[in-house]
Design a protein around this ligand. Structure first.
Ligand SMILES: [Zn+2]
Length: 429
């Protein structure tokens, strides 16, 4: 019972918490965590027995393209496996898609994300002269449909460039008027350095006009000469937008000279730039032109973590021309991240788990994130004793709780036949 005698909405009993011995209860009221303790007394409207399972703050998806998910069956094959061909073959569906069709594809993936424990998603959405504002309308339609289950932010993303696709700047402005949340960008897609700088300035001016944050694709290329992260940092400072800019992908960084990389990362820290790496998609797309050894398509993750830079990780693509896999499952993304960035000691594994939780929430500006009283009651209950175990075994997400209500539950069972014992299978308890 909370102060004043009102019963709690839900009390979840017998949880295991990270970094805490024994089991605990969590009481939730009005969508917030009201109390965390050994044995929370008082009345409640509903009770859930977690049976010793682990509870975590819900997962956060800081980078996905919901307008493109599920398009693979509609496309020609990406024969080269490159980013360029993926962008090219998508034009067909972009011309013919309707908001309803996009909302239906996005809805399938949003449900998968929620079922796997995610309650906040940031989606980039193409805005260009091919699809106009149709992709945005489709994703906004899906976002409204699932608003009670998941917070969804939209990033206005000029996938075809701005300078090289005349008319896009006006469309981006219209998209922000229609309710886009953030301004995106892709300056390395422009034909030259001057156009890339112009692209970034157009985006920053637009962001200032709408008082919006910026989340831009930069240096998603193997070209070691790609400099768009440095250009973005420079523009961030010139426009006074420090602390409001996120840089995604940043693949070229791996091939930069050490001295140059250190300087750019120091400048990024000073400008409050945050980062999102997309290890699954970029492992697959980058390095296609390399002879052995092949690059991994990731920025300098260990160096960035050591410098204290916020590095979140995202899914990017699901079942489309860029990436034929993906389940919108951030625990899967974190496991791929560990492999791709060679994160293997406990503190590094913790950083990978933060990249889909606290750091991702910080990048997205999710309010009230955490497990303390007063935080939003967005939780995931995992069939595991610890987060490292959950990551290793890709543990089942038994319950997903959004603002104090159970919104998804999953039960998996394995039976061994012809044996007397009843050992659980992977992902089960
Ligand atoms: Zn992306």
């Amino acid at each position: 019972m909370i102060a004043g005698g009102t019963p709690f909405d839900v009390v979840v009993r017998n949880f295991r918490l990270e970094n805490r011995d024994g089991l605990a209860d969590i009481a939730m009221s009005s969508g917030l965590i009201a109390r965390v303790g050994d044995r929370v007394g008082g009345e409640c409207l509903a009770e859930l027995d977690a049976g010793g399972r682990l509870v975590s703050s819900a997962f956060v998806q800081p980078h996905i393209h919901l307008d493109k998910v599920g398009t693979l069956p509609l496309l020609g094959r990406n024969r080269s496996g490159t980013l360029a061909e993926a962008i090219d073959i998508l034009h067909v569906t972009k011309r013919s898609a309707s908001p309803d069709e996009i909302a239906a594809r996005a809805g399938v993936v949003i449900r998968q994300a929620i079922a796997s424990g995610t309650t906040a998603i940031r989606s980039h959405v193409d805005v260009d002269t091919i699809g106009g504002l149709v992709p945005l309308r489709g994703v906004v339609q899906a976002a409204r449909e699932y608003a009670d289950l998941c917070e969804i932010q939209t990033v206005i993303f000029p996938q075809e460039g701005i300078v090289r696709d005349p008319g896009t700047a006006d469309l981006m402005d219209a998209a922000m008027r229609e309710g886009g949340d953030l301004v995106g960008g892709m300056p390395h897609w422009e034909p030259d350095e001057q156009a890339a700088r112009e692209h970034i300035d157009i985006c920053l001016r637009l962001a200032q006009r709408y008082d919006a944050d910026v989340d831009m694709h930069v240096d998603e290329t193997d070209d070691p000469g790609s400099r768009t992260l440095a250009m973005l940092i420079d523009a961030t400072v010139r426009h006074g937008w420090q602390g409001r800019v996120t840089a995604g992908h940043c693949c070229a960084m791996a091939a930069w000279e050490d001295e140059y990389a250190a300087k750019v990362l120091a400048d990024a820290a000073a400008a409050g730039v945050r980062f999102v790496t997309n290890p699954a998609t970029n492992l697959l797309l980058q390095g296609r032109g390399d002879r052995e050894p092949r690059r991994r398509g990731l920025p300098r993750v260990k160096q960035m973590l050591a410098a204290g830079l916020p590095v979140a990780c995202g899914q990017d693509c699901v079942h489309d021309g860029f990436y034929p896999f993906g389940a919108a499952d951030q625990l899967q993304v974190a496991l791929i991240f560990c492999h791709a960035a060679q994160l293997s000691v406990p503190s590094e594994i913790d950083a990978a788990l933060s990249a889909i939780r606290h750091t991702a929430a910080r990048v997205m500006g999710v309010r009230g994130y955490g497990l303390e009283p007063g935080c939003t009651a967005d939780l995931v209950v995992l069939d595991a004793d610890s987060m490292h175990e959950a990551l290793r075994r890709q543990a089942a997400r038994r319950w997903v709780i959004r603002r104090g209500s159970v919104v998804a539950s999953t039960r998996t069972t394995t039976t061994f036949h012809g044996r007397d014992d009843d050992e659980p299978g992977p992902g089960t308890r």
